[in-house]
Write a protein that binds this ligand. Structure first.
Ligand code: ADP
Length: 450
């Protein structure tokens, strides 16, 4: 086991990793920008190193600064959290070149899955069902129009390097194709430096179902069921739950095995998520994330496991503790993402927290780096916390969520808390009868969001 690890992240996810390390007797090093000197992850880690000015480019994304922090502190391994450098194959390469360990998959796996066309091709070969669409990239508008007619409208044009909901455009009819094609390419180029795009059938009423996988890098892999993340705004998740209200035990076992076998086949190491759209009883692969997800706690809730601990264990060379037989689902878990944003337009709302009170009690988990008097800097993502509840079943988890939201106080900035209080009043949320478009419609109707 490592003696000391460095956490190349900030906010709630940095705390998440520091907490797992502490329980394992592993020392932790926090890194931070000058804007984060007073941040909770800096206070909670055993040591901390300032790695640069507020801009992420010069701090949390600065590979030389992070490697130097390892050398100064003697940290042997780096946990990237999510976002920032977590899916950067070049970062993994540099870490290994310095004789350090990356707590995550290999550079090669990150590279394969980071390019959506290559990922889809790889998954197809591994027997994972995919959304019907182009074979590989589509280079010209003529080709795109021809494919659109073949696949049948609506279709979605996606940048192969896309992420975070960027670089995706829907063409409802042939007339939309030119605009969608050019915009997806332009977004791919400007956001990710790559204008290659591909085309998929646009599914009109799917749910977003993702399978948590975990591998030991030596040909053994398991799945930890699914998460339903269908409540989305602008292709971004806001509310996640496990198990999925629409997935039967048989379907879970079937798609879970397909995913675990695929990961065993490629000797995948660590945690990963294979994302699907699910419509009319069929799963369609869309992408794989080669890292810990924001919503991993709902899986931890129902399986009673610590995914970060397991990540650290296998990265240090210890065998995987998970076995498929021992992974049993208990109850239901829900997570809501608390963002410092002002409704109805979800504008970032940085500023000083005048009062913070976290909910507690049975089945309540609050993952947040907030504290009374904390100043939320304007430079980073607006996620300020995750409230996760666990109950014996879905109705109990929903009731608990309502109760916990009632106790939660975050004053001084605007947050998405009122959104969740309102959503809990909705019958579709209570029954789980929604697809990936439901929330967008609801926001338009109820908040008049443009
Ligand atoms: P990103 O990497 O930007 O998160 P994904 O490929 O994971 O992009 O897709 C994000 C979301 O976009 C999905 O959860 C879904 O809501 C929507 N989406 C993606 N592909 C399709 C499709 N073929 N049909 C309908 N919706 C889609």
């Amino acid at each position: 086991m490592f003696n000391k690890i460095l956490v190349a992240n900030r906010g709630e996810i940095a705390l998440r990793v520091i907490r797992a390390a502490r329980e394992m007797g592993v020392k932790s090093v926090a890194v931070h920008s000058t804007a984060d000197s007073d941040a909770m992850h800096v206070r909670m880690a055993d040591e901390s190193v300032c790695i640069g000015p507020p801009s992420s480019q010069q701090s949390y994304l600065s590979i030389p600064a992070i490697i130097a922090a390892c050398e100064i502190t003697g940290a042997e391994a780096i946990h990237p959290g999510y976002g920032f450098l977590s899916e950067n194959a070049g970062f993994v390469q540099v870490i290994e070149d310095h004789g350090l360990t990356f707590i995550g998959p290999t550079a090669e796996h990150i590279r394969i899955m980071g390019d959506k066309i290559t990922a889809k091709d790889t998954m197809k070969k591994l027997g994972v069902p995919c959304v019907p669409g182009s074979e590989g990239g589509v280079a010209t508008l003529d080709e795109a129009k021809k494919l659109g007619a073949e696949i049948g409208y609506p279709v979605i044009i996606k940048a192969t390097a896309g992420g975070g909901g960027k670089g995706m455009k829907v063409a409802q009819t042939a007339r939309d194709m030119e605009r969608a094609f050019q915009t997806a390419r332009a977004e791919g180029k400007s956001n990710f430096g790559n204008d290659e795009v591909y085309i998929e059938k646009y599914l009109t009423t799917p749910r977003h179902i993702e399978i948590q996988v975990f591998g030991d890098g030596k040909g053994r892999a398991v799945h930890l069921g699914e998460r339903d993340c269908s409540l989305q705004r602008r292709h971004q998740k806001v509310f996640e739950e496990a198990p999925g209200p629409s997935i039967s035990a048989e379907e879970r076992a079937r798609i879970g095995k397909v995913c675990a076998d695929a990961m065993a086949d490629i000797n995948y190491i660590g945690a990963g998520t294979i994302e699907f759209l699910y419509e009319n009883g069929e799963f369609y692969f869309i992408e794989m994330n080669t890292r810990l997800q924001v919503e991993h706690p709902v899986t931890e809730g129902i399986f009673g496991v610590d995914l970060v601990r397991e990540q650290i264990r296998v990265a240090s060379g210890l065998p995987m503790e998970f076995t498929q037989e021992n992974l049993k689902i208990n109850g239901h878990a829900i997570e809501v993402r608390l963002n410092a944003e002002k409704l109805p337009n979800f504008r970032p709302s940085p500023g000083r927290i005048s009062q913070y009170h976290a909910p507690g009690g049975l089945g309540v988990r609050m993952d947040s780096a907030l504290y009374d008097g904390y100043f939320i800097p304007p430079y980073y993502d607006s996620l300020i916390g995750k409230l996760i509840v666990h109950g014996r079943d879905r109705p109990e988890a929903l009731a608990r969520l309502g109760r916990a939201l009632g106790e939660l106080i975050i004053d001084g900035v605007d947050t998405t808390i009122p959104l969740f209080r309102a959503l809990l009043e909705e019958e579709a949320v209570q029954t789980g009868a929604y697809n990936i478009h439901w929330l967008e419609h609801w926001l338009e109707t109820n908040l008049g969001e443009a």
